[in-house]
Design a protein around this ligand. Structure first.
Ligand code: F6R
Length: 623
């Protein structure tokens, strides 16, 4: 939610700031702005001043506004916004200024005590021009700057101590024309330096062109970026420290579209590679054992696990639902899957024998992080399953399992979902192995089938004509239903979420057996309501066929995702999308792919921005 960038160096700041904002636009895109320190002739002598340009709308609108405007300067900050306080407008766009117009602040997060701070600042004579929570920070720094006799770093440190809530901040002062002060609390921030300067941003893609050596700072730490490339780090007490540096493995090319019309299609197409990487090195064919060296649990601890909670949001939650079925089935451990925002306000039954698996692609989701904290306080062992090395969740959980999706840029999660499901499948098998519920040969057989999955997905991706035809037939619909049974139903939950988020077509998923208990009333024979049915090989396939008959009898337009060779389904469904045969427990991995493509094709047909759907942001760092 919101992206911030900061640059100070030997070259112009603006190209980096705009490029960085474009790369961070997945975080929010309702307004954007930049502030740069530049030199102004005032009464003859040049004086440093801030040049600020802000616009409502996407970064492209800001770029348009900047063309023909002189925004020269080698030190600056930028922001792309996902509105929380105050409507999307130029006035509410960041950076925000203090009364003097010499301090500029770009902020990601929410300042929870801003009304209290604002009242006090107004009493002290500060004038506010926006409806945002962020503006208090600019005025607070102004106030503290005066009280610290012009020590910007100290003024920011004192300011940070007065703030509660979540924030990543980049702060510029015209009186300090080659430094940017940055800090964070519960919001992401990455930093790096290169030959010609120092940079910071909300996420790595903004930095990767300049450096792949990245620093993450802890909550309320402060960093001062200098134009000569130095970065000074201070803890909340003002003590200097030397941070750890992480090397990013993926490259700039991987953060670009690479010839695809959109990131969503590119990321869907990367899924065979993602699965190959996720399963690589997990199985030892010689000893017929699965390996999870990252898991520190002893055999005894694994045997003692009495309950697993999976906590996550959105798509990651759906991966968790599939994980539950597999873990319970193979390892016979009861699994509860909870939406993280509910888990933290519920009263979960946690003991030392409870294992909590927190799933988060970004590793930044505020609700999931809070759930992790609660679980740890209650004494559970927490495993984080994430796509972002060094992200916040990796610092909070005891154990980290990295999925191998690499950077995911489209707001709608696709490849990260498949990687999460694949890793949870391996985890389910591993728990069963360690609890002696599956033998080496049994696991070897299932793992052997997992090795086929990348090829099977390549096969689905090679011919998408049936998916496109089905999508074209449905793009005028106003509602779509998804039905399945067992893991097929969970696959449908994710399929329906994909459709609604990228195409804005209302979609709901149901367990097929439930549909006649109410939702069947939604089927409108005159409109030919689309019903997407996942009807792959499974113990309940015949029941699914009966459910499809019921839908057809009421005038539904049925789109079936079925197993190659299933002739019976052709007689029932209006459209059949065939996928290669897999055993039921692995079917979510293959069946999800046509559902992702179906959602994308409908979105494209309806003229939607597939990569940046309205109202959404890729990482949800506020509650
Ligand atoms: C949907 C989507 C969201 C995220 C959710 C959790 O396509 O991307 O539903 O899955 O916001 O995000 P993470 O996994 O980053 O915690």
């Amino acid at each position: 939610m919101c992206g911030i960038v900061a640059f100070t160096g030997a070259t112009e700041a603006l190209p980096f700031l705009l490029d960085g904002l474009k790369r961070l636009e997945y975080r929010g895109y309702d307004s954007a702005g930049v502030a740069v320190v530049h030199s102004e002739a005032q009464g003859g002598a040049p004086k440093a001043a801030l040049k600020v340009v802000r616009r409502q709308g996407k970064v492209a609108t800001l770029i348009e506004a900047l063309s023909g405007t002189e925004v020269a300067g080698t030190c600056g900050i930028g922001h792309t916004r996902w509105a929380t306080h105050g409507v999307p407008s130029e006035q509410n766009a960041h950076p925000h200024l203090d009364c003097s117009g010499r301090i500029a602040v770009a902020h990601n997060g929410i300042i929870e005590n801003y009304t209290h701070l604002k009242d006090r600042l107004v009493e002290q004579g500060h004038c506010f021009t926006s409806q945002t929570d962020t503006e208090v920070i600019a005025h607070l720094v102004e106030q503290n700057y005066g009280e610290t006799e012009g020590d910007l770093t100290e003024a920011v440190r004192v300011t940070v101590a007065q703030l509660s809530g979540s924030f990543a901040l980049a702060i510029l002062h015209a009186g300090h024309p080659d430094i940017v002060v940055v800090t964070r609390n519960d919001s992401p921030l990455v930093l790096g330096s290169f030959e010609d300067g120092a940079i910071a941003a909300s996420d790595t893609p903004a930095l990767i062109e300049k450096t792949r050596d990245i620093v993450y700072i802890r909550d309320r730490d402060l960093a001062v970026l200098h134009g000569d490339g130095r970065i000074e780090y201070f803890d909340p007490a003002g003590e200097p420290f030397v941070p750890n540096v992480y090397h990013v493995e993926w490259s700039l090319e991987q953060a670009e579209k690479g010839g695809y019309p959109d990131f969503m299609l590119k990321e869907i197409s990367e899924q065979p590679r993602v699965i190959r990487d996720t399963i690589a090195d997990r199985f030892d064919d010689r000893t017929r054992t699965l390996r999870f060296p990252e898991l520190p649990l002893t055999d005894e601890e694994l045997a003692d696990i009495d309950r697993i909670y999976i906590v996550a949001c959105g798509t990651s939650y759906h991966a968790g639902l599939i994980g539950k079925e597999l873990i319970e089935n193979w390892a016979r451990i009861p699994v509860e899957v909870e939406v993280a925002s509910e888990f933290r306000y519920g009263n979960p039954i946690i003991s030392a024998d409870t294992l909590v698996i927190a799933i988060s692609q970004s590793g930044e989701t505020a609700d999931t992080l809070e759930a992790v904290r609660l679980a740890r306080q209650a004494g559970a062992h927490v495993i984080a399953l994430t796509n972002v090395v060094g992200s916040r969740i990796t610092q909070e959980a005891q154990t980290v399992l990295n999925i191998k999706a690499n950077i995911e840029i489209a707001v709608a999660a696709t490849k990260s979902f498949l990687a999460q499901v694949t890793l949870l499948t391996l985890l389910g098998l591993y728990f069963a192995q360690e609890r002696l519920l599956l033998t080496g040969p049994q696991i070897q057989e299932i793992f052997g089938e997992m090795r086929q999955l990348p090829g099977q997905i390549e096969h689905i991706l090679a011919d998408t004509a049936a998916i496109e035809r089905a999508a074209k037939a449905c793009c005028e619909a106003t509602t779509a239903l998804f039905i399945g049974r067992g893991v097929g139903a969970t696959t449908c939950y994710e399929g329906a979420l994909k459709l609604k988020e990228v195409s804005y077509l209302h979609a709901e998923a149901f367990s097929a057996g439930e549909i006649k208990h109410g939702p069947i009333a939604l089927i409108d024979a005159a409109a030919g309501t689309p019903v997407v049915a996942v009807v792959t090989q499974s113990a309940t396939r015949d029941k699914m066929l009966a459910n499809i008959e019921e839908m057809k009898a009421r005038g539904a337009r049925v789109i079936a995702v079925a197993t190659e060779g299933d002739g019976r389904i052709e007689k029932l469904a209006d459209h059949v999308i065939y996928i290669p045969p897999t055993r039921e427990c692995l079917s979510p991995i293959t069946a999800s792919v046509p559902l992702q493509l179906f959602a994308r094709y409908i979105a494209v047909e309806r003229g939607c921005d597939v990569d940046q759907p309205r109202n959404l942001a890729k990482s949800v760092t506020v509650e």
